[in-house]
Design a protein around this ligand. Structure first.
Ligand code: SAH
Ligand code: SF4
Ligand code: F3S
Length: 458
């Protein structure tokens, strides 16, 4: 065992990819001799894993750093040191600027340098001034991070298979913060999945900024598609469920669509952002598809898997968006009927082409459009949830609920499902009947545990 170096606290903002990275950083720190703690006040090392996607997300980091400064001062009075690191997409985008705006920061580390975290932290102890590592190294960080630990973990896990993005939508910072598109090799992913399964995981969500552009090499060096990767993973017997996110409409290939009809382990849920309904806005966003193409795609996907739950991302108030153009967005929403959706006011991001466009839409207009849009999306989500009442689902029980004796799991359609049951059912696939639906979750009765136990043990 390595000697204890102290306690670490990691706070995660942003997307699932950051959640995954934080987990891997935690594992790397454990190997370097750190243990985790639940509060920054008790931590010798605090890492903020940050998000740069919208202004609000990026600004949160600085208010957080203000709070951490107070904690650092209070700990100093007790003779305790605190190392403060900023990781993630704000680190990558702002680099040195973070050190000048918040001198309390000891280390700025970009998403492609996490395998060097241990060394970087050691250097903060001996070098004056903050340390910055925001290179895009040639080397794959995944290969150099410690292998996933076998300790007990939640039944559902994320697994990053693809990082970066070459699409350059004009509103988006991701190509700048995460770099060019990179796919991990098939064998590396299968090996990681096997480790997760061994540790009790039965559902894996494959992650990528553009996950369906996946084209990782197999053992012979031939590129494999996301559908082929999913098929390989579906062969792991203990792995019961597979999901993937986020997909770009342009990269929904025929084999991937067909897989939704063929592969039982692939869950009937798809997050497929469409961003805007007007073809002029879609072109200005550089989304590389039209409204009609998106709608045809939805039809093809529903042809393969009629009950699929569709989710999406929508931006309102992109520069130049008129009332008529916004009305096109509302039309798409009404035509497609989403089970779930995320919607945002356009936020100008430094260095992106859209931030320099004329005709930025006034804040009040964006707010009113967002309100209209969210009202419709809420109705659709409620209607979808309501349509599930009376149906029987397999639910993967993930954790205890807030109430004693309550369990929380996920339906095949990714809805949160609450049911009363014994804690020993956590980690198992349980048959339930949906008895009522709220806006964000379902209530269920467990109908069969004996059978489900057999299924889980097979
Ligand atoms: N790769 C994914 C999206 C990743 S970012 C895709 O292409 O669909 C997640 C979502 O944040 C985007 O889908 C978009 O809706 C939103 N988003 C990104 N940049 C934004 C900006 N500048 N302002 C508002 N929303 C933004
Ligand atoms: Fe951003 Fe577009 Fe890439 Fe998605 S596809 S990460 S929105 S640039
Ligand atoms: Fe945010 Fe970076 Fe993810 S900008 S959304 S944390 S890729």
């Amino acid at each position: 065992m390595t000697k204890s170096k102290g306690k670490h606290f990691i706070k995660t903002f942003g997307c699932q990819m950051n959640v995954y990275d934080s987990e891997r950083m935690g594992e790397a720190l454990a190997e370097a001799g750190y243990v985790s703690t639940d509060t920054p006040e008790t931590a010798d090392l605090v890492i903020l894993n940050t998000c740069h996607i919208r202004e609000k997300a990026a600004e949160k980091v600085y208010s957080e750093l203000g709070r951490l400064k107070q904690i650092k001062i209070a700990r100093e009075e007790l003779g305790q040191g605190t190392t403060i690191a900023v990781a993630g997409c704000v680190a990558q985008a702002e680099g040195r600027e973070i050190l000048s705006r918040a001198p309390v920061v000891d280390l700025v580390v970009g998403p492609q340098s996490y395998h060097r975290l241990g060394d970087l932290i050691t250097r903060t102890g001996s070098e004056r001034g903050g340390i910055i590592d925001i290179d895009f190294p040639e080397d794959d960080k995944f290969k150099h991070l410690p292998v996933r630990t076998a300790g007990a973990r939640a039944p559902s896990a994320f697994l990053t298979v693809q990082e970066g993005c070459d699409k350059f939508c004009t509103f988006c910072v991701v190509p700048y913060t995460r770099g060019v598109e990179y796919s991990r090799p098939v064998d590396e992913i299968v090996e990681e999945a096997l480790r997760l399964v061994k540790a009790g995981v039965s559902e894996i969500t494959l992650l990528g900024q553009n996950v369906n552009a996946y084209h990782g090499d197999d053992a012979s060096g031939a590129p494999r598609s996301l559908a082929e990767l999913l098929r390989a993973l579906a062969e792991i017997p203990e792995l019961q469920r597979l999901r993937y996110t986020t997909s770009h409409p342009r990269d929904m290939s025929d084999d991937l669509i067909a897989l939704h009809g063929d592969e039982e382990k692939l869950m009937p849920y798809l997050h497929l952002p469409f961003q805007a309904g007007s073809d002029r806005i879609l072109a200005a966003m550089n989304r590389k598809h039209t409204r009609a193409e998106y709608q045809q795609l939805v039809q093809r996907i529903r042809g393969a898997r009629p009950d699929i739950a569709l989710s999406t991302d929508i931006i309102v108030g992109f520069p130049g968006e008129t009332d008529e153009e916004f009305a096109r967005t509302m039309e798409v929403v009404k035509e497609v009927e989403f089970a779930q959706a995320y919607s945002f006011k356009y936020s100008p991001r430094p260095g992106t082409p859209a931030s320099a466009m004329d005709d930025q839409v006034p804040e009040e207009v964006k707010s009113s459009r967002l309100q209209q849009l969210q009202a419709v999306l809420k109705t659709q989500q409620e209607a979808f949830n309501q349509s599930c009442v009376g149906r029987k689902f397999s639910v993967l029980m993930e954790r205890p609920g807030r109430r004693a004796g309550q369990l929380v799991g996920r339906s095949p359609y990714l809805q949160a499902v609450h049911a009363d049951g014994d804690q020993s059912l956590i980690g198992r696939m349980i048959e339930v009947e949906i008895i009522s639906a709220g806006p964000n979750s379902l209530e269920a009765d467990i109908v069969e545990t004996a059978n489900s136990a057999v299924i889980a043990a097979e």
